[in-house]
Design a protein. Structure first.
Length: 365
């Protein structure tokens, strides 16, 4: 079997960025190094390969092994697809599809171990490398396990079951996995740099913060797949009269935005995850030129007779009286000083007084 070493770099590869997967690579970047029989057909021409998937060429960027005919591209082994502003639908040759969310790039490869099979396209395992973005799968698992690689995790999808998997990876490495459906396959997640394994149960949505198995949110509230399309709202310019007679918002009603709805003030998840660019600024001014934005009437009057002449004495008014210095407070009297009794006088005595007292007792006086 022909083997070859292939280095696949993500869209943000060489200069120190987070790129697709694996160990630390040149100049500090993170890339995925794939080698061995899984890419055994990478050196063959596209005409000699069995296509892995098909995708319309409109609105997508393609690279790698592929052929184009009638507005549709046949993706061979080691092909890359980048979705534009809209979600791209990738149809698998073995059956099923993969939805590539907007601004997401994936790399496709397949296992060559089933080359002698009557139907190698259906029996070969699929490998999807995802650097950043989101995708959704909907296909029936085959005999061999499929693999989805991210910069930090290796997700193994084993049959039997219907793989209705939803994934999202942002620039911080946070990886959201939703193993949707009652007939979901057996999904296990291992780390590229840490030990341990995590199984995503059927109908479970999990978030691996920073791509780590040690920081797992077992019940992630946010969706993992492609964000819902936001309907475009036209910019309307209200007249000055309509603005002045507008009815104020009721208590509890959200305010802020052209239509004062929660959708105006909510920050879209797709923009926060970098899946869609922020909306462009309006090309036309909100208020047309020549239309007053605001009108304010402020009359200015001056009366020289009522204004004092600063050159005359007393024009500034009487001088305020000098403030008296504050009287220092009297120190408080303590209770011990008030309740202290006067000292008792000392008794007079001596030697003669003691002798007179002795003789007085002796003679009965």
């Amino acid at each position: 079997m022909f083997c070859q070493h292939v280095l696949i770099l993500g869209p943000r590869s060489i200069l120190g960025s987070r790129s697709i997967l694996g160990s630390r690579s040149i100049l500090g970047s993170r890339s995925i190094l794939l080698f061995g029989p899984i890419l055994g057909l990478a050196a063959l021409p596209a005409s000699a390969q069995q296509p892995i998937a098909y995708v319309p060429t409109q609105g997508v960027s393609l690279s790698g092994s592929l052929s184009v005919a009638d507005g549709k591209a046949s993706i061979g082994n080691n092909g890359s697809i980048t979705a534009g502003d809209q979600t791209a639908k990738l149809t698998l040759a073995r059956g099923g599809e993969v939805q590539i969310c907007a601004s997401t790039t994936i790399h496709l490869s397949k296992d060559n171990s089933a080359a002698g099979s009557p139907d190698p396209a259906a029996d070969s395992a699929l490998m999807i490398a995802l650097d950043r973005g989101a995708l959704e799968t909907n296909y029936k698992t085959g005999e061999y396990s499929d693999v989805i690689l991210t910069p930090d995790l290796r997700i193994l999808i084993s049959g039997p079951g219907q793989a209705a998997l939803k994934m999202r990876v942002n620039q911080k490495g946070d990886t959201c996995v939703d193993n949707h459906g009652a007939n979901a396959p057996y999904v296990t997640v291992t780390s590229q740099f840490e030990g341990g394994v995590y199984r995503v149960q059927p109908d479970q949505r999990v978030l691996f913060e920073h791509g780590s198995l040690q920081q797992v949110v077992d019940k992630e509230p946010e969706p993992c797949g492609c964000p819902a399309p936001q309907p475009a709202q036209p910019i309307s310019v209200a007249s000055t009269a309509a603005a002045s007679t507008a009815t104020p918002a009721n208590p509890g009603q959200p305010v802020g935005g052209p239509s004062s709805t929660p959708a105006d003030t909510a920050f879209p998840l797709a923009e926060s995850e970098g899946l869609t660019p922020p909306p462009p600024l309006p090309s036309q001014p909100v208020v047309p030129s020549g239309t007053p934005h605001a009108e304010v009437e402020a009359p200015i009057a001056y009366d020289a007779a009522s204004t004092p002449n600063p050159a005359k004495p007393g024009a500034a008014g009487t001088e305020p009286a000098a403030a008296k210095p504050p009287t220092p407070p009297t120190p408080p009297t303590t209770a011990a000083e008030v309740a202290a009794p006067p000292p008792k006088p000392k008794k007079q005595g001596g030697l003669f007084h003691a002798m007179g007292h002795f003789f007085g007792k002796l003679f009965g006086r």
